[in-house]
Write a protein that binds this ligand. Structure first.
Ligand code: PMV
Length: 330
C-alpha cells in the first residue's frame, strides 16, 4: 500500500456568540449554537502519515514528542476517522502552530480542524465540508467552526450529523480585526473541556441557553449588515453572560485578572470617542478587541500605553481549512 499522507492548515477562531456547556460531553453536542470568525495569520499546519509499518500512533507538536493526554486525544480523534474506512492502520502526526499556546487564542480549534482534514485526506475518504466539520467537533467543539471559511455559525443540531458549522459570510465581507491583548500566558487551571462540564452547575446557564436564539439572530444580522454598533452590543453582552455562568459555577471559574477589567473599562471610553471597538473574552484572562481596519493601528498605540500588557496579536478574517503540499524532512 502506498504511503497515505496529507497535510492541512487551519486557523483558530474567535467566538462572537460563545459555546459553553454540552448536551452530550462524549459527542461534544453543544448546549447552544455559536458564531465565530476564523483568524487569518494564525494557523496550525498538521501532517498525518498512516503506515502499516507503525505499531502505534505518535504525535509531535512544535517539534516536541507528546505523550499521555495530548497523544490520547489525538489518537482518539484518529480512531473516529479510522472507523469510517474500517482501517486500523496507525499514524504519525506532526503539527506546528505559529502562535504561542496560552495567549488566549485556543489552539485546539485549529489543531483538531487541521488534524481531521489531513487524516480524512490521507485515508482518501470523500467527505463534505459539513461532514468534516462534524468530525472535527468530536475532537474539540470549537474546531467545527475552523473548518468552513470566514464568518461561521455552528448549528447545535440534535445528533452527530446535524451538529456542524457553516459559513455565513466570506472573509472579505467585513474588514474586522481581532487584536488579542495578552495579559498572561500562565496555564489555566480549568481548561474548556473541564469547564463545559461545570456549566450546568450554574443556575444562570438555563437562562443563557434560553436566550441564545435571540443573541444568535442579532449577531448574524449585525454581521450580514456590517452594523458595528449592533455587533458590539451583542458580542459584549454574550461574553459577559458566559462569564457570569462561569463565575457562578460550582466550583466557580473566575478567569479574569485585574487587567482584564481595566481593559473592559478602557474599551467603553474608547468607544465613547467614536472608535469602533468592542471586547470579547474566552476561558482565560486575555481580551480580544474586535475593531475594523480603520482603527486597528490607533488601538494598538492605545493598548501599548496600558500597564501589564505582555503582547498584542493581530488577526483578520481567515479562510477555511485547506489541504497543502506535504514537506517532511527525510
Ligand atoms: O472548543 P472548546 O472546548 O475549546 O471550547 C471553547 C470555549 C470558548 O472558547 C470559551 C467559547 C467558544 O465558543 O469558543
Amino acid at each position: 500500500m502506498p504511503n497515505q499522507i496529507a497535510t492541512a492548515r487551519a486557523h483558530p477562531n474567535i467566538a462572537f456568540i460563545k459555546y459553553w456547556g454540552n448536551r452530550d460531553d462524549r459527542l461534544r453536542l453543544p448546549a447552544n449554537g455559536s458564531i465565530s470568525m476564523n483568524l487569518a495569520g494564525l494557523e496550525s499546519v498538521t501532517t498525518v502519515r498512516f503506515s502499516e509499518s507503525l505499531s502505534a500512533d505518535s504525535f509531535i507538536l512544535n517539534g516536541q514528542p507528546q505523550v499521555n493526554e495530548a497523544l490520547v486525544r489525538v489518537s482518539d480523534q484518529l480512531d473516529k476517522i479510522r472507523q469510517l474506512s474500517d482501517a486500523s492502520i496507525r499514524a504519525e502526526v506532526i503539527s506546528q502552530n505559529n502562535f504561542p499556546i496560552g495567549t488566549g487564542v485556543a489552539s485546539s480549534a485549529s489543531a483538531f480542524a487541521a488534524l481531521t482534514a489531513a487524516a480524512v485526506a490521507a485515508l482518501n475518504l470523500q467527505l463534505s465540508e459539513h461532514e468534516i466539520s462534524a468530525l472535527a467537533r468530536l475532537g474539540s467543539g470549537s474546531a467545527s467552526r475552523s473548518v468552513p471559511s470566514g464568518f461561521v455559525e455552528w448549528y447545535m443540531g440534535n445528533d452527530h450529523q446535524t451538529s456542524f458549522a457553516k459559513t455565513i459570510a466570506e472573509p472579505d465581507h467585513w474588514d474586522l480585526v481581532d487584536l488579542v491583548v495578552v495579559i498572561s500566558t500562565m496555564h489555566k487551571e480549568v481548561g474548556s473541556t473541564g469547564g463545559h462540564s461545570l456549566a450546568n452547575t450554574s443556575p444562570l446557564q438555563s437562562a443563557r441557553i434560553a436566550d441564545t436564539p435571540r443573541r444568535l439572530n442579532l449577531c448574524r444580522t449585525a454581521i450580514q449588515e456590517r452594523d458595528f454598533d449592533a455587533f458590539a452590543h451583542i458580542v459584549e453582552q454574550d461574553a459577559l453572560i458566559m462569564h457570569a455562568v462561569m463565575m457562578s459555577s460550582n466550583p466557580r471559574l473566575i478567569y479574569w485578572l485585574p487587567t482584564t477589567l481595566a481593559i473592559i473599562s478602557e474599551v467603553a471610553k474608547w468607544r465613547a470617542t467614536g472608535i469602533a471597538v468592542c471586547f470579547t473574552i474566552d476561558a482565560g484572562p486575555n481580551v480580544h478587541l474586535i475593531t475594523t481596519s480603520d482603527y486597528a493601528e490607533e488601538l494598538r498605540r492605545k493598548i501599548a500605553e496600558l500597564n501589564d500588557i505582555q503582547s498584542v496579536l493581530l488577526a483578520r478574517p481567515g479562510g477555511p481549512v485547506a489541504l497543502m503540499e506535504t514537506h517532511l524532512k527525510e
